[in-house]
Ligand binder design. Structure first.
Ligand code: ADP
Ligand code: MG
Length: 277
């Protein structure tokens, strides 16, 4: 999808990661555009999480380049990558325990792009200057907006340890958004959610993309992913075996072949081919 005249937000070229003799990701190429939802799928061990870790800076590539928003990010440490506008959620929720929902999201506003751009130094904060108070009010308003966006308004004062698993996932999404990402990485966001929560999460992910934020989505639940992603990259043994629309992916013999060992996933692919996306 080389959308005419559009510049990719993320360009991955020849990305390779070896763990000793094991090639976890092999010469991977793909582009991701602003506002696009790109699915990253593949059987267990295909290299999906490694790809995420490379983009987020948690792993260093053995070879290859990643260009984000016109600048190389390969070799850049995770906190700088976050500051450039790449935020991730994890497979397991990791809220700041003992703090409310609102305060958890507020902490997120101090990370990433917004933190760097506030322009209010530590001394101003300590002296409680008008500029520091104004910045704090802006951060609180933004946190409140995001809490409503993910549907946690009724829980804003709740201690995070009393949230359900699904609510925790929504909180994590709001907290990541608070850092003003240009790219959101979701690692299996539907895992552990109820069907109703999955529907809500799909709406939220679509709204995130509609705001112009690019979304890279790893998801084992093929039914969820193929209905949500506009384009899908398929990995197998670290190599890209397909890159196309969900319809093309479902019909691709190499993809079906790759999933033969995973009966459940294959059933989902087949089921999806009959379902209305
Ligand atoms: P996926 O997320 O698609 O299931 P991963 O990216 O987690 O796959 O793993 C790809 C391959 O790399 C697997 O064979 C896995 O065992 C291996 N691997 C992942 N992380 C490490 C690591 N830190 N050290 C050694 N091998 C790893
Ligand atoms: Mg994984």
């Amino acid at each position: 999808m080389s959308a005419a005249g559009r510049t990719p937000l993320l360009e991955v070229r020849g990305l390779t990661k070896c763990f000793g003799g094991l090639v976890a990701v092999s010469e991977l190429d793909f582009d991701l555009y602003p506002g696009e939802i790109l699915g990253l799928i593949g059987p267990n061990g295909a290299g999906k999480s490694t790809t995420f870790n490379l983009i987020a800076g948690a792993h260093t590539a053995t070879e290859g380049t990643m260009t984000f928003d016109g600048e190389r990010i390969d070799g850049v440490p995770p906190h700088r990558i976050a500051a450039r506008g790449i935020m991730r959620t994890f497979q397991h929720n990791m809220p700041f325990a003992g703090m409310s929902v609102a305060d958890n999201v507020l902490v997120g506003t101090h990370c990433g792009l917004s933190g760097g751009k506030s322009g209010v130094g530590l001394l101003s904060v300590l002296a409680n200057t008008p500029a520091a108070r104004a910045a704090e009010a802006r951060a609180r308003a933004k946190a409140e907006e995001l809490i409503e966006f993910v549907g946690l308004a009724d829980e804003r004062g709740t201690d995070v340890t009393s949230l359900s698993f699904g609510q925790g996932r929504l909180l994590e999404t709001a907290r990541a958004l608070a850092g003003d990402p240009k790219l959101m990485l979701f690692d299996e966001p539907a895992a552990g959610l109820t069907p109703a929560e999955c529907v809500r999460l799909a709406v939220i992910i679509r709204s995130i993309a509609a705001r112009g934020i690019a979304v890279l989505l790893i998801e084992h639940d093929m039914h969820f992913l193929l209905r949500l992603a506009q384009r899908v990259v398929v990995l197998n043994f670290g190599c890209k075996i397909a890159d196309g629309s969900p319809e093309a992916i479902r019909a691709d013999p190499a993809v079906v072949e790759a999933y033969l060992g995973e009966a459940g996933a294959l059933a989902s692919v087949a089921e999806g081919s009959h379902a209305q996306a």
